[in-house]
Design a protein around this ligand. Structure first.
Ligand SMILES: Cc1cc2nc3c(=O)[nH]c(=O)nc-3n(C[C@H](O)[C@H](O)[C@H](O)COP(=O)(O)O)c2cc1C
Ligand code: SF4
Length: 499
């Protein structure tokens, strides 16, 4: 006869073994898959968090770069759950800087409304225009900085949700293509994906790549908000054999991209290079991504576009608040303009030059909820790119270890055990749900403002709290000249039949 404590050991041991097996083999929760049993505590803490938080430490609004309220919005949206909140807003609505929409007394009647919109067409006059149906899509994050399962889930999710995905500067991997989604191929200064043996640009490889019908547009990366003036960095810990083959770089040293394209020195050479890429691609829309510093560059670009037909089809403005896999703090904290100001400057110059109808503006930088996307649209973006919001949809818990290869959720690591925790098919549904939720929220805001298309949201629909109790119209805070005011951006209506 066994003593009583042996029975206890058998029962507890059996329970632990069975639970471990169940945890490792289930596919829904990456953390529990990667950290059996221990990972379950996260959900207990998450459940107890809201009721306990009023007695202990941090509020829902203090964490950075994204507070708990923002993250919860994404988690719920990506699970397809109701994104309503009980008991009213938790935001302090009198804090300077808060932007508010001005609701219309006569909102767009929504009884028969759907979220379908006239497509927003990138490069409507090019040989192969790209018609986009969601206002927010997946921003560039390379395979390498993200795990292969994360890239797979994003590409499957983009296809499922009817959005598109930017490849990031690490090249177009088989995992980007696997899901069948539309892709915006990003060409970074290191030319990953179309690189010759000396590390320069190989036009033939680029041309061949662009023959793939999944590649719908090309983005030349000049700079990125989190690290202007510095190329991408992939820490050696994250360079697997496969990534080293795809990129053509060694495994045992950090992979640094150059900080600019040697072919591009000024606005004319930039325009020439964009046109060269467009011709090589067979007429696919081509644009560039940049963070703004001052006004001179975008003013010159705007004038060029107004006077020529071979300029960019889109300009992606990345705000200084943008995310990254790894960046020096001095650049992340002290370089470049934030998205709001940069969008207004770009929009003003493009209108002023008479170029606004010839180019689309894409904005990115800490927009992860529908309201944040709608604000960016109102400030001058036609489309929004989201990176970290989609990482949350994949299960990121903001553990801030993206540069160590130890990401516990399998999103930003190439550690085989941790990557296995992220199940692409499962997470792809969350990606698709999040795509839909953002679009739905923006449409809901558009209707409340009395318009029917997200591109009709404008500065005059918004105001900003400048001191407690005083709101000022955004048209006053960010004025534009009369000429700019009359120059509209109705590309999509004129060319809505391009597909
Ligand atoms: C993990 C990670 C990897 C990224 N990789 C790239 C990249 O390869 N190329 C690029 O232009 N931007 C890259 N970015 C920046 C994003 O595309 C985006 O511009 C920026 O994070 C702002 O969007 P967000 O605030 O929605 O994250 C990366 C960002 C993250 C978080
Ligand atoms: S969980 Fe942490 S390490 Fe992983 S992607 Fe999110 S912030 Fe980066």
């Amino acid at each position: 006869m066994l003593p009583w404590w042996a029975w206890v050991l058998i029962v507890v041991g059996g329970y632990l073994v069975i639970t471990t097996i169940l945890d490792i083999t289930q596919t829904k929760r990456s953390i529990v898959r990667n950290f059996p049993i221990i990972g379950r505590f996260r959900y207990v803490f998450e459940m107890l968090g809201p009721p306990l938080r009023q007695y202990i430490v941090t509020s829902d609004l203090v964490e950075r770069p994204f507070n708990r309220l923002q993250r919860t919005w994404v988690y719920r949206a990506s699970k397809g759950e109701l994104n309503s909140m009980p008991f009213g807003t938790q935001l302090d609505l009198e804090v300077p800087g808060v932007i508010k929409f001005n609701p219309s007394a006569f909102p767009t009647y929504d009884v028969h409304a759907t979220d379908e919109i006239d497509p927003i067409v990138i490069g409507p006059n090019r040989a192969q225009p790209f018609a986009v149906r969601h206002v927010a899509n997946i921003s560039g994050m390379s395979y390498g900085s993200l795990s292969k399962n994360a890239v797979r889930a994003l590409s499957l999710g983009a296809k499922l949700g009817g959005g598109y995905m930017n490849t990031g500067e690490g090249g177009c991997s088989p995992y980007h293509l696997e899901g069948g989604a539309d892709l915006m191929f990003q060409l970074g200064p290191a030319k990953f994906g179309c690189r010759n043996s000396e590390g320069g640009f190989d036009p033939e490889k680029f041309k061949k790549l662009c023959e793939n019908p999944q590649i719908r547009a090309i983005e030349l990366k000049l700079s990125q908000g989190a690290k202007p003036g510095k190329g991408g960095v992939l820490p050696k810990e994250k360079i697997s054999r496969e990534i080293s083959d795809i990129r053509g770089v060694p495994m045992n040293v950090d992979c640094h991209s150059p900080n600019r394209h040697p072919e591009v020195n000024d606005v004319p050479s930039l325009m020439e290079h964009l046109d060269f890429l467009r011709k090589l691609s067979g007429g696919k829309p081509v644009g560039f991504k940049t963070v703004l510093g001052g006004e001179e560059f975008i003013r010159d670009v705007s004038r060029y576009i107004a006077e020529h037909d071979d300029g960019p089809d889109f300009i992606t403005i990345d705000g200084a608040e943008g995310g990254t896999g790894a960046a020096p703090m001095s650049l992340s904290d002290h370089m470049g303009l934030g998205l709001q100001e940069a969008l207004v400057i770009a929009d003003n110059h493009l209108r002023e030059a008479g170029a606004r109808k010839k180019v689309l503006v894409i904005g990115s930088g800490r927009c992860i909820t529908g309201a944040e996307v709608a604000i960016a649209l109102g400030l001058g973006a036609d489309l929004v790119h989201i990176a970290r919001g989609f990482m949350f949809a994949l299960g990121c818990i903001q553990a801030l270890q993206c540069d160590t290869n130890d990401c516990p959720t399998g999103v930003a690591t190439n550690n085989k055990w941790l990557v296995r925790g992220l199940v692409p098919k499962e997470k792809s549904r969350r990606v698709a749900n999040y795509l839909h939720a953002i679009h739905h929220d923006v449409m809901m805001i558009a209707r409340a403002l009395g318009v029917t298309h997200p591109n009709e949201i404008d500065r005059h629909h918004m105001s900003m709290i400048v001191e407690p109790g005083r709101r000022v119209a955004l048209t006053e805070i960010y004025p534009s000249s009369m000429k700019a005011f009359h120059e509209t951006r109705l590309i999509r209506r004129e060319k809505s039949d391009a597909a």
